[in-house]
Design a protein around this ligand. Structure first.
Ligand code: GLY
Length: 420
């Protein structure tokens, strides 16, 4: 029979054994957590559409009321909504780079439901964006015109929409520079940049690719291909992350600066920038079938999805290199753009199709389950926690309209992929 002190020693040993075993199991679980993201219960496109339908009616009401009270903006009449700032709707004129997203959301709602209510809303909210077709002071023509008129033309075949697309593409290519081989992005900051090209600009090329398809004139397509190649050659680092801004010398075409504007620092990986690149190169591959663009998209996906600082719920911090992770704001818009791009990528790479589709499913579910507004809250926006410009100090962890656009687009792509 064991005496008391032996018994105590035995209990101590058992305790140590159990403690070490528990520690080992928990270390194993947390290290698995780094590679195997937490999985949110899948969400169907129908569930998202039902929720969006109810919430967006509220957004439109709130927006119309706010515009009635405050019709004139600094850059023209208020026509749409961009975000929630200080608890209020932030209204915008057609000039704002985000003016095409709300009409785009409404076109997608029409596509998802077939309901004429959304068709009429989409038409009404698209019309005021037309004045942008001759605005040559911006590279954001694709965001404004393709999301609105582009989707409208795809769904209705309206010849007027077609003309707007073509005229907008003609305006956009006036910003192309032969020596650089790219479309100029911004006109501000001229004391620092000679010819800035930003990764976001890849997104404006869909308008050009479509303009060539519509007209049969290759000029838009060729410029889009050259812009994609020039960007690809200079904006990516060896680890396949992207700078935000590459500044070119217009006399030699050489790179002058590799900078950030919305990221934490020049060498950091700004989350939405990575998402724009991923989406942009997958889209460029869709129109060109050039393997170099598909490879680039896959490399960006690999960088993002295997990043040690991508959280388990797959919604990135606003910058992968933000100083105070995990106490940094997330950027749901980056997740929405990425999810939509991954659905597209899943159709392009048969050997990785399941991986891309399942990851997109998890992102979509995570946004819906963890970042969705309560019905009737957030002034009618669907999602919370996007971060527009952290260094600029605005739109931090708040609802932003482009997150809604790519979130709904992702739901639509999921529905198409699942044939439902
Ligand atoms: N320039 C577009 C963006 O903020 O992502």
């Amino acid at each position: 029979m064991k005496n008391k002190s032996m018994l105590i020693k035995q209990i101590d040993l058992n305790f140590v054994f159990v403690f070490v075993a528990l520690l080992f199991v928990s270390m194993l679980a947390s290290s698995c957590g780094e590679t195997e993201p937490e999985i949110s219960e899948d969400v169907s496109a129908t569930e998202i559409t039902d929720f969006a339908g109810r919430q967006l009616v509220y957004l439109l009401d709130e927006m119309d009321e706010a515009i009635e009270e405050n019709p004139e903006g600094r850059r023209g009449p208020h026509v749409s909504v961009r975000s929630v700032r200080d608890g209020e709707l932030f209204l915008i004129s057609s000039r704002d780079w985000t003016s095409g997203f709300l009409p785009g959301v409404l076109w997608y709602m029409y596509e998802l439901t077939g309901d004429d209510f959304w068709l009429e809303e989409a038409r009404e909210r698209t019309a005021p964006i037309e004045r942008e077709k001759t605005n040559d002071g911006t590279h954001d023509m694709g965001f404004k015109i393709y999301c609105s008129f582009g989707n409208g033309y795809r769904l209705t075949g309206d010849p007027h929409y077609r003309d707007v697309i073509v005229e907008s593409a003609q305006t956009l290519i006036t910003r192309y520079n032969e020596t650089v081989g790219a479309i100029r992005s911004w006109d501000f900051n001229r004391e620092t940049w000679d010819f800035p090209v930003i990764i976001d600009n890849m997104m404006n090329l869909e308008l050009l690719f479509r303009a060539s398809e519509i007209t049969g004139d290759p000029i838009y397509h060729d410029i889009a291909v050259q812009h994609s190649r020039t960007t690809m050659e200079h904006i990516f680092r060896d680890d396949n992350s992207s700078y935000h801004v590459v500044d070119f010398d217009t006399t030699t075409g050489e790179v002058r600066n590799l900078h950030t504007h919305q990221g934490e620092f020049h060498e950091s990986a700004w989350a939405r920038g990575q998402a724009w690149g991923l989406y942009g190169y997958a889209m460029a591959y869709r129109f060109t079938q050039l393997p170099e663009f598909l490879e680039q998209a896959e490399k960006i996906a690999e960088f993002m999805l295997n990043h040690p600082r991508l959280p388990d719920d797959l919604v990135p911090y606003w910058d992968f290199d933000a100083e105070n992770i995990p106490s940094e704001p997330r950027d749901v818009s980056a997740a929405a753009i990425t999810a939509s791009a991954l659905y597209e990528l899943s159709t392009m790479v048969p050997e990785n199709s399941d991986y891309y589709k399942q990851t997109a499913d998890h992102m979509l579910a995570s946004m819906y389950r963890n970042y969705r507004s309560d019905l009737g809250e957030n002034l009618g926006f669907l999602l919370d926690h996007s971060t527009g410009n952290r260094p600029g100090g605005y739109e931090i962890a708040t609802p932003i309209i482009y997150a809604e656009y790519y979130f709904i687009e992702a739901a639509l792509r999921k529905q198409e992929l699942e044939g439902s």
